[in-house]
Design a protein around this ligand. Structure first.
Ligand code: ADP
Length: 586
């Protein structure tokens, strides 16, 4: 069984040299910093005893510059090595998470919220980066710099060191307390900011409805409220941060006061030299950060740990639908489809709740034929289509393609033989060309043009000055529902697969465009196996076989003529729609 930490171990192993170099550089920087007070001591002591000339002073100054340069160089190295590795861990984990999520079945995405997944991919992974990058630095500085500074101070004077350390636990404890509060504050500010951007985004997306319903004032108030909340949260955070830093300053100044008084007395009594006194103050300055780091690092690591656990839990989810070891492969599909006593339900326990979405479906679709599926909304038409590319797996029965149970086929292979147009086509925020080709630049121009023409898209594209290079905006916002549907159709026509599945492809186009699309589909009959769901029955009337679904059962099955003779759902709906179309035409 894998542990959460096993998820990031490989990155530590892979980058071990960089981490070692980084830690070494960090320690060198610490040591150089600790060396500076020693030089100051030397200079002050020599100055107070008039033991130094101008040249010596200059050489100390140059020495100091040399140290500063080295500190700069090594600081650059450790930042690159340690924080760079943390960035790599962040990138690797995010890619791994995304790749894994992509393997999970559609049923998983029915259960989780997109916002939660976004939080895992951004927030959690960021916490892991902080814990591994800054966590390592803070831990190192707390231990190495902290202990060494205390050591150097004790070397100067033990009892003075003991007094000076009295306020230090206060720094550790209050950093721990405040860093927790500050973190929570940052989270709330971020949430308020996302809320604000979302509220504004939504209002712009729905600007036409807002205008049409005269909701301007109400919507402005909603934005104002979100904006006010953002300001309030920021002010709350400013109050926390604003009290934290002065408090740290107070504690370190408390130690400084102790040094001034007790150290000053020891200097007067000649227990320590004036140089020691000044060096002591410098060490004290160096000690504040390690004390803060000590308080911070526990929070960093705790948060990183919790985030890593959450990511680990997701990575441990076994995809419900995955390839078996000895999965089959169809080189060239014929498109012969059989449903054998197929039953399906969403969720875990249908028997208890009595909701079976599809029951005992028996169906055979010969290669190159067209199957039309009709039925009232919610009867299971889309569900039946989703089962073929295995977006969901059936619980009972078998679906065969060219004699292979689809569960025995390699998923990639199965899906490569099926072109699928879902009910609500999704467009990415690129150009029309990118949306049709999925960014594949290898596709020959004439094939693309043919797909565009067959999907009755050329008029639309010619009307845009930029043609195929027109940027469609977020989710294809500049396009009508029908245009989006036709882009999705062109996308499918380009994918030269044996089986074409369409979920109501003409639901949002006008009668004329619908007819053009149907004609294209009819032309493909004989070459591809086509399954088409449509609420407009004229779109399937030419099919070799039409089935009517009702509450997940097949209630009618036959050709248009047979179903018309049956005079049931199909025939009645067909006549009704005919009258509607005649009325529309009139
Ligand atoms: P149709 O395409 O015929 O309108 P669907 O196949 O979309 O019907 O839906 C059939 C039934 O399954 C409906 O009752 C619907 O509420 C339910 N359903 C559809 N998708 C899901 C889902 N992802 N999770 C749970 N139930 C669903």
């Amino acid at each position: 069984m894998m542990n959460a930490s096993d998820q990031i171990k490989p990155y530590f192993i892979e980058n071990r040299t960089k981490i070692m170099i980084g830690l070494l550089s960090l320690i060198i920087v610490d040591m150089l910093q600790l060396f500076i007070p020693r030089i100051i001591k030397r200079v002050v002591d020599d100055l107070t005893t008039f033991n130094m000339d101008g040249w010596q002073l200059l050489s100390f100054a140059l020495f100091m510059i040399g140290i500063a340069v080295f500190i700069g160089i090594f600081r650059y190295i450790w930042r690159r090595c340690l924080l760079g590795t943390a960035r790599r861990i962040e990138e690797g984990l995010r890619n791994m998470l995304f790749a894994h999520l992509q393997c999970l079945s559609a049923a998983y995405f029915d259960k989780v919220k997109t916002g939660d997944l976004m939080a895992h991919a951004t927030n959690d992974i960021q916490q892991i980066r902080m814990a591994t990058g800054m966590g390592m630095v803070a831990l190192n500085d707390a231990i190495v710099l902290g202990l060494a500074a205390i050591g150097f101070m004790a070397y100067i004077n033990v009892s003075l060191t003991a007094y000076v350390l009295i306020p230090m636990p206060l720094i550790v404890i209050s950093t721990r307390f405040f860093s927790k509060k500050m973190h929570r504050g940052y989270q709330t500010v971020q949430a308020a900011f996302s809320d604000l951007t979302e509220v504004i985004r939504e209002r712009f997306a729905g600007i036409r409805i807002i205008k049409a319903h005269h909701r301007n004032r109400e919507e402005a108030a909603r934005v104002e409220a979100a904006s006010q909340n953002y300001v309030d949260e920021n002010i709350r955070l400013v109050k926390i941060v604003g009290s934290f830093f002065p408090m740290m300053l107070f504690f370190s100044n408390l130690s400084l006061a102790i040094v001034l008084y007790l150290g000053g007395r020891k200097t007067i009594m000649a227990d320590i030299t004036p140089g020691d006194f000044v060096a002591f103050i410098s060490y004290l300055g160096l000690l504040t950060w390690p004390m803060m780091a000590l308080g911070w690092v526990t929070n960093l690591i705790q948060r990183g740990r919790a985030s890593l656990d959450r990511i680990h839990q997701i990575l441990q989810i076994v995809p419900e639908i995955s390839d078996s070891e000895d999965a089959d492969f169809i080189e060239e599909a014929q498109g012969h489809i059989i449903f054998e006593n197929v039953s399906f339900h969403y969720g875990a326990d249908p028997e208890e709740q009595g909701i079976t979405t599809l029951s005992q479906i028996d169906l055979e679709i010969e290669p190159g034929t067209v199957l039309g599926i009709v039925g009232p909304p919610g009867c299971g038409k889309s569900t039946l289509l989703n089962l073929m590319p295995r977006l969901y797996d059936i619980q009972r029965g078998r679906i065969l393609i060219d004699g292979h149970d689809i569960r025995t086929l390699k998923i990639q292979n199965l899906r490569s033989h099926i072109a699928f147009i879902p009910q609500e086509p999704f467009l990415f925020a690129g150009t029309i060309r990118e949306n049709i080709t999925f960014g594949d630049q290898q596709i020959p121009e004439d094939r693309l043009k043919r797909a565009v023409r067959d999907a009755a898209l050329d008029d639309t594209i010619n009307n845009f000055p930029a043609g195929l290079e027109t940027v469609v905006g977020e989710k294809g916002v500049i396009l009508s529902g029908g245009q989006k549907q036709r882009i999705a159709l062109a996308r499918c026509l380009l994918q030269d697969s044996a089986i074409l599945i369409m979920d109501d492809p003409i639901s949002q186009v006008d009668l004329e465009t619908g007819t053009a699309i149907i004609n294209t589909i009819r032309k493909m009959a004989g070459q591809k196996t086509i399954i088409i769901v449509s609420h407009r029955l004229s779109a399937v009337s030419y099919a070799d076989c039409i089935i009517t679904l009702d509450l997940g059962h097949i209630t009618e099955c036959g050709t248009h003529r047979q179903l018309m003779e049956l005079n049931d759902y199909y025939a009645q709906t067909y006549r009704l729609q005919e009258i509607e179309e005649d009325l529309d035409a009139a």
